[in-house]
Design a binder for this molecule. Structure first.
Ligand code: ZN
Length: 349
């Protein structure tokens, strides 16, 4: 009897210990890939898109738990207008509402069971802000309750200069006030692509982002790609992270996004540059979001998605445990979106 009881107690203790072990996240055994793709374009620049359900299938297969559904902030205009007698100017791109309608309709028609989706309004033309509130109303009337995010919208994106894009001016930014008020009422984050500068003039466009943050301190703003781009491969990491740190400290509603292979290619994969970013991410880990920045088109295969996931997750392995949980395991995103989900705790031995 005594022996049986003792055996039972020992057995229970073992079960409790193993349950705890299973619940915690073992970094030495498990993947450092992130589980939230908060930067994913479901619609391409031009041409046919990948079927919605196929892309959701990629996410499931890759172990993604949540994703943001973006259109694309720059659409080649000949794709839509000129088929119906409009302009066929191949050298012009502009944001449109088309992608947002398509994404919302896809979400309505194909509810996702295994991947939580956050639908984003990608249409805003930040250089013509007077159009934004009305268009928000149209999308909300068509798809009530569907949209919970705005962006990725372009403040300044040098890669698009040859396509007719111009930086937002300070006057434009002032004129954002009505839609920024709407976003605050609804607690909707705004994701902005805003180039820091370029290799000839590293801080050239920084004043634009600073103006946005000073003018709208109560809006949640996610700054994409830490401000980097293919035009800026040689930002000095010490200066870059110092400026970012100061901005994060001054603006408590500023978040950053570490998606896009540009960051891996020129900064995170470089052993001499990486430590500055690891320190920065550890220090500000509660306001950092992950993503692939894949722009899915009909030609995007699973392997391409997986490669982007791998590249964009690379930096995670160097983070401390707190930062890893906040960033890679999705805790930040769950809190930002008010989800009940919590990330597992990291195992300590
Ligand atoms: Zn993007």
């Amino acid at each position: 009897m005594t022996l049986t009881l003792r055996w039972l107690v020992l057995g229970l203790t073992a079960v409790t210990a193993s349950t705890q072990a299973a619940q915690c996240f073992d970094r030495s055994e498990q993947s450092h890939r992130f589980v939230v793709d908060s930067h994913l374009h479901f619609q391409p620049f031009s041409g046919p898109s990948l079927p919605h359900e196929e892309l959701i299938g990629y996410l499931e297969r890759a172990g993604i738990q949540y994703a943001n559904v973006y259109g694309i902030g720059q659409t080649r205009i000949q794709d839509w207008g000129c088929f119906y007698g409009g302009r066929c100017d191949v050298n012009t791109i502009m944001p449109t509402m088309k992608n947002d309608f398509i994404n919302a309709k896809n979400m309505a028609d194909h509810p996702s069971r295994n991947v939580g989706l956050t639908l984003s309004m990608t249409f805003p033309d930040l250089q013509h802000p007077e159009t934004i509130v009305n268009r928000m109303d149209i999308l909300d009337a068509e798809f009530p309750g569907f949209f919970q995010w705005m962006g990725e919208a372009n403040v300044v994106k040098q890669a698009l200069f040859t396509w007719g894009h111009e930086p937002a001016t300070l006057e434009d930014i002032d004129a954002w006030a009505p839609f920024m008020a709407r976003l605050r009422e609804r607690n909707m984050p705004l994701a902005l692509h805003s180039d820091f500068g370029n290799d000839q003039d590293p801080l050239k466009y920084l004043p634009l982002m600073q103006a946005v943050l000073e003018r709208y301190p109560d809006n949640i703003i996610v700054w994409m790609h830490l401000g980097m781009s293919r035009e800026q491969r040689d930002m000095e990491p010490r200066q870059h992270t110092r400026i970012l740190s100061e901005m994060m400290a001054t603006h408590p509603n500023l978040w950053v996004d570490i998606s896009w292979s540009v960051l891996y290619d020129y900064y995170f994969s470089e052993p001499t540059r990486r430590p500055f970013y690891v320190d920065f991410l550890n220090q500000h880990s509660q306001r950092v979001l992950t993503g692939t920045d894949i722009v899915a088109s009909e030609n995007t295969g699973y392997s391409q998605y997986e490669r982007a996931l791998e590249t964009n997750s690379y930096i995670n392995q160097f983070l401390d445990d707190d930062a890893f949980r906040n960033i890679a395991l999705g805790q930040n995103y769950f809190e930002l979106m008010g989800l009940e989900e919590t990330a597992p705790v990291i195992c300590t031995d």
